[in-house]
Design a binder for this molecule. Structure first.
Ligand SMILES: Nc1ncnc2c1ncn2[C@@H]1O[C@H](COP(=O)(O)OP(=O)(O)OP(=O)(O)O)[C@@H](O)[C@H]1O
Length: 676
């Protein structure tokens, strides 16, 4: 590596190294104040992004022990106010490069030099201050388009900014992105696309909303991964025109794009053409790209032919005073007319040419041709690097680049915002409430009607019934925990995207989920435990009966979160959770008394939270009615509970909550099921 001020290897896991590249000066462009397209948002000035010999490699999944280089020695730059297309055959490394630039890579090693505005950005900067539009629909289906933008604005814009200002920014974005007509349409999800407005939104306006979400914090840099994928050519062009407008405002923009129409391709300023992770062309789009292809790539007949058509069209245009290349091409005679119409898509010709070369195994020679070319000398990063060497960064930008804090807003604001937008909708959603209330309602009614009025009957033959009902009461929350698993597993993609965008910390997310669940659990456990306790005429204190139920349910919830965070998908979680709970049944002391459990299994009995939940309920019921049960032993003696204290058992139960919640937090933070 030429720049000795830079570390040779940047470990992506550890985040971008914050050490400033001393010799790299800032390159920073302010928008002109007279620019009348800038009235939309307070669009921030873009930053120049410089890549020098950038390589990225991961452990190969095809050859053990080998490293797979997904990017090799890429040198280029992205300028403020310009829109750069990342193109190349499928698998050429376009998304990898975009992910790398946006700090989204979670595995692998990066070598070489990458700077934003002349400084190495922290990973936190990339999350907080760059916008990233992914291909996937990672939205909250219960929110409307406007609410989704407000939700993101409240998490991504400074807490101190008045709500009215955030609202105004959202309204500006809605207008600018042509979302005003559907601003109150619920986003929905693939299952609810049947509703016509939602369906229309998904087909037409979804890409605009994804862009809007990335723009809500006025990022200096916008990355878009296949923003037009799945769109018809008209909509694709309209979307890219909006993006073009952002570039005109000074934002630095890079987008991966597969096969743009000629009109869409013409909106870009530059092209980075990748083949097998190597740069084979970096320069202006259009004629210069074709000229380069025709001159430097030996087998690029299509580029030569197209170039000839361009030449003839230009000649004819000049002769007839025509007003456009495409119109002129239409005037080319005979068979050439049809060829011209097809071939005038420069993007297609370029990508097809390199794809064919790649398939012939010529990728390396294309890269070598570019490396040796005159274009590489004038278009490579060196000139702009030098041009920028005397400027310095404004304080605000320097501060942003060096940021170490993961989020713009503090955790308590994140917690409040998640509750405000998500919990308020969930509490009104029968599909969300149903699985959380239904099973508990059903089982509590069964216990009530099955054991009605037998709780005060201390006859030996009734004691079995009563202790069994208490066992079922303790068991239900553990089995019912399955209904809390989807909240984590099905939301994983959204969680990963929002975390990558710097919306909140893992702790904030988990805390919001727990507040949401525990508040509802508090209400339903109070109601259900009251009619069961008094209906069955159980003994002891209702408060203890309720508290055990509530804490037991809370333990079930955090256990479900832990299992969900560890499981790669719903199938694994659905098998793992009930499987684990069944093992607990054997050691809770009811199916087999604790004294009878073999010594080598005693440890498992001690870490079985059901033992403490059921034990506390038994102590509450029988400590004042410790009657004879079997084999000359009292009921508490028989079940090994004599001398135990119900409050100590409730305390142990609470400890399980703390342990499972901590483990769930660690699993959500460190277990990555989506490697990038
Ligand atoms: N661990 C690995 N070992 C070997 N090859 C890998 C590994 N991980 C990813 N790859 C390959 O790296 C290439 C880069 O993928 P990337 O998604 O960046 O390409 P792309 O140009 O964006 O493709 P597309 O246009 O299909 O989205 C792919 O061919 C992928 O198969």
């Amino acid at each position: 590596m030429s720049d000795t001020s830079m570390p040779d290897v940047v470990d992506v896991e550890a985040g971008m190294v914050a050490k400033s590249s001393v010799s790299d000066a800032a390159f920073f462009k302010r928008r002109s104040s007279s620019d009348n397209t800038s009235s939309a948002n307070n669009v921030q000035a873009g930053l120049c992004i410089l890549m020098k010999d950038l390589s990225y490699h991961v452990a190969s999944n095809s050859q053990r022990g080998e490293r797979a280089y997904l990017l090799k020695g890429v040198s280029a730059y992205l300028e403020p106010g310009q829109m750069t297309a990342l193109m190349g055959p499928s698998g050429s490394g376009k998304t990898t490069l975009l992910d790398l630039l946006a700090g989204r890579k979670t595995v692998g090693k990066t070598e070489g030099h990458l700077s934003f505005g002349g400084s190495q950005p922290t990973k936190q900067f990339l999350r907080r201050y760059t916008g990233y539009v992914e291909q996937f629909d990672t939205l909250l289906g219960d929110l409307t388009v406007r609410e989704m933008l407000m939700y993101t604005a409240e998490l991504k814009r400074p807490m101190e900014e008045p709500l009215a200002d955030k609202r105004r920014e959202v309204e500006v974005l809605l207008q600018r992105l042509a979302l005003s007509n559907c601003s109150d349409v619920k986003i929905g999800d693939p299952m609810s696309k049947g509703i016509s407005a939602v369906q229309r939104f998904h087909f037409v306006s979804l890409p605009y909303l994804l862009i809007g979400i990335a723009l809500i914090s006025n990022p200096r840099v916008l990355f878009l991964d296949e923003p037009t994928s799945g769109l018809d050519s008209y909509t694709a062009n309209e979307v890219m025109k909006v993006v073009r407008g952002l570039a005109a405002d000074g934002t630095t923009i890079a987008a991966t794009i597969h096969s743009p129409t000629a009109a869409t391709f013409a909106l870009f300023d530059r092209v980075m053409l990748l083949v097998r992770g190597q740069l084979v062309y970096f320069g202006p789009q259009g004629l210069p790209a074709l000229q380069f292809a025709a001159a430097e790539w030996p087998s690029s007949t299509a580029a030569s032919e197209l170039l000839e058509l361009h030449r003839r069209a230009t000649v004819q245009q000049t002769a007839t005073g025509g007003d456009g290349g495409v119109a002129a091409a239409g005037r080319v005679k005979g068979r050439e007319v049809a060829v011209a119409a097809l071939a005038f898509n420069d993007a297609e010709v370029l990508v097809e040419t390199v794809t064919e070369a790649d398939q012939r195994g010529d990728a390396a020679s294309l890269a070598a041709a570019y490396d040796k070319s005159a274009l590489r000398k004038v278009s490579g990063p060196a000139p702009i690097h030098q041009a920028a060497s005397s400027s310095s960064l404004p304080d605000q930008v320097a501060k942003e680049l060096a940021t170490r804090s993961e989020t713009v807003t503090p955790w308590f604001w994140g917690l409040w915002t998640l509750i405000k937008y998500r919990t308020s909708h969930n509490y009104c959603n029968p599909a969300w409430l149903g699985p959380r209330i239904g099973d508990k309602l059903l089982i509590s009614l069964i216990i009530l009607t099955l054991y009605l009025g037998v709780g005060d009957n201390m006859a030996p033959d009734n004691l079995v019934n009563v202790q069994s009902s208490l066992f079922m009461w303790a068991l239900l929350p553990a089995f019912g925990a399955a209904s809390y698993v989807p909240a984590i597993v099905l939301e994983r993609r959204l969680f990963v995207r929002e975390r990558s965008d710097g919306l909140y910390r893992v702790f904030t997310y988990l805390a919001a989920k727990l507040v949401e669940e525990l508040l509802l659990s508090l209400i339903i456990t109070l109601a259900f435990s009251a009619y069961v306790f008094y209906g069955v005429q159980l003994q002891g204190s209702w408060v203890v009966f309720w508290l055990v139920y509530f804490v037991d349910l809370s333990v079930g919830i955090v256990l479900a979160y832990l299992v969900a965070a560890l499981s790669p998908n719903m199938d694994v979680a659905n098998a793992a959770l009930p499987g684990f709970v069944v093992t607990l049944l054997f050691f809770a002391g009811q199916l087999m008394t604790v004294d009878s459990i073999p010594d080598w299994w005693q440890w498992y009995s001690r870490i079985d939270f059901l033992r403490y939940a059921w034990g506390a309920l038994m102590l509450n019921q029988f400590e004042d009615h410790n009657v004879e049960f079997a084999g000359g032993k009292t009921i508490l003696e028989y079940y090994g509970l004599l001398g135990a204290d119900k409050w100590t058992y409730v305390g142990y139960l609470s400890l399980f909550w703390i342990v499972f919640a901590t483990l769930a937090l660690l699993a959500l933070t460190f277990v990555r099921h989506q490697k990038r």
